[in-house]
Write a protein that binds this ligand. Structure first.
Ligand code: DON
Length: 305
């Protein structure tokens, strides 16, 4: 549908006319240096078309968006066995919560909480000789951009200030759900969060979840159709932490956010769309990212519902 370019331009312009709210994430000091007024959108379709507007070619820190890729890399190798270590229930708690872990005996409620992503990172260390390289290879194969990499400044900044993640990985270890050295797990997770990508690269990468687990050219095949269904289900129910219900209600697409201000969402068999706007609402999700996607699915009448 070639109208996509017109629609995303019109919503982008609408948003720029309206006041933006929220704050740029500052608990990772380096993230606070980003220009708060950036706004980019890219949409890729299963027909191979792509569209973009605003700052769609600027790279930014993908942060928790990487949790979907970490999970997929573990799930493709382990299948259902994975669910012995992490659940698939929405948590209803903030992304960095420690609250339910003791009660849940160290089994995080889902893989998109920080606790869940730390357990998945631990699993990847057992499954891959070099999980960092495996992640970069995946992204480079999909996007064709060999420059995609970890941002050492962002990673170092978060490692120096990531007190809650230090607490989480140690608590998980004490509860018996981390096999590897806790610092090694912590470093892998935060390196992956630091990856920089732009909206087009993210939309192309998440085409996997719109296209039965493979790239459009079929060259990269990460998941089978049934596994892809499950990844999309977890994105819908857990992708926005304690705002997952609100996102499903207003947007109606599986998706995932990151504190860098990115959101990626997918309409299976149709498109994937990435939005970037660094100001976050009180739940840690991009204020304008959510507004964009709500208006987009409302105006196009395209959602999973
Ligand atoms: O673990 C953290 O706190 C960050 N590296 C990622 C958090 C994040 O992106 C939450 N998403 N909205």
């Amino acid at each position: 549908m070639s109208d996509y370019q017109k629609i995303i331009e019109h919503i982008h312009d609408d948003l720029l006319r309206r006041k933006s709210y929220g704050e740029v994430a500052s608990y990772i000091p380096e993230l606070a240096h980003v220009d708060a007024e950036k706004l980019g959108v890219s949409l890729a379709t299963v027909n191979g078309d792509y569209f973009g507007v605003g700052d769609w070619q600027d790279q930014f820190s993908i942060q928790s968006i990487v949790k979907v890729l970490l999970l997929s890399m573990a799930y493709t190798k382990l299948g259902g066995q994975l669910w012995q270590r992490v659940g698939v229930e929405p948590s209803g708690t903030p992304f960095n919560s420690l609250g339910t872990l003791e009660h849940d005996k160290g089994i995080p409620r889902n893989p998109f909480s920080n606790a869940g992503a730390l357990v998945i990172s631990d699993i990847l260390l057992d499954l891959y000789d070099d999980p960092r390289q495996a992640m970069l290879d995946l992204l480079k194969n999909i996007t064709g951009d060999k420059s995609i990499g970890f941002d050492p400044i962002i990673a170092a900044s978060e490692k120096a200030h990531g007190y809650r993640n230090v607490a989480l990985v140690n608590f998980l270890k004490s509860l018996g759900n981390i096999n590897n050295d806790e610092e090694v797990v912590f470093n892998l997770y935060l390196d992956c969060c630091s990856i920089s990508m732009n909206c087009l690269q993210l939309a192309r990468t998440f085409m996997l979840f719109a296209n039965h687990g493979q790239t459009l050219d079929g060259k990269t095949h990460l998941l089978n159709p049934s596994q892809t269904k499950r990844m999309n289900a977890i994105m819908l129910t857990c992708g926005f932490y304690d705002e997952a219900g609100d996102f499903a209600y207003k947007v109606g697409l599986p998706g995932k956010s990151g504190v860098g201000g990115g959101i990626v969402a997918v309409l299976p068999q149709h498109f994937s769309v990435a939005v970037w706007s660094p100001r976050l609402n009180e739940k840690g999700n991009s204020y304008r990212g959510l507004k964009f996607l709500e208006q987009f699915t409302t105006e196009t009448e395209q959602s999973i519902f």
